[in-house]
Design a protein around this ligand. Sequence first.
Ligand code: ZN
Length: 241
Amino acid sequence: MFIYVLSRRKLIITFLLLIITIGLFSLSQHMLSIPSLVRTPGTYYMSHTQEKVVALTFDDGPDPIDTPDVLNILKAKKVRATFFVLGKAAQENPYLLKRLINEGHEIGNHSFTHNYPQSKFMVEMSQTDQVVFEATGSHTYFYRPPRGLVTKTQLETIKQNGHIVALWSVDSKDWRNPGVKQIVDNVMRDVFPGAIILMHDGGYQRSQTVKSLGTILDSLQNLGYRFVTLSELKSLDSEMK
Ligand SMILES: [Zn+2]
């Protein structure tokens, strides 16, 4: 009986240890994939600078309704940003790519469809680069993987393809549509000199993003921040000079 109890207890302990190990492993994998929690090594997510400068980035566009609204606000406030476009959306709205370039913004690559088997990620990246090149005459340099997920092997392949993986350091969480005030608060709470701010101008209805943008720009400007494109932000990085 005693032996039975002991082995049963051992079994339970072993089982618990196994659960804890699996839990810790999946947590570490999860954290690796969320750049706002863990800064993934080998990616570009901020600039080391004392200057009050930030880069606004917009993902998942261009969208025929929300992108023009975002662009009108940026134009009125004389702010330039970086747009991580989806090749498919860009192909359907090439005039918006031209407008982005004409108004001084930078275009980054955010895959072709946003939803693809991992084996296709290079194909998707090249397709989007081609669409951008055909519309603007320029190739993309920064690549932002959908949801910020990237493996070490992919990082290396992307680098060899002449791109840099750009993530972010401040998540507005506008993708959740949490309300205009919350989007503003998320940015203002986490902002710092050299930050890359994540927002969205496509992929879903983005009226909350549009409504929060003016307040975010005014609030950051009141704190003394100026806005630059990702390439400009990178050139200000003291650790990359
Ligand atoms: Zn996205």
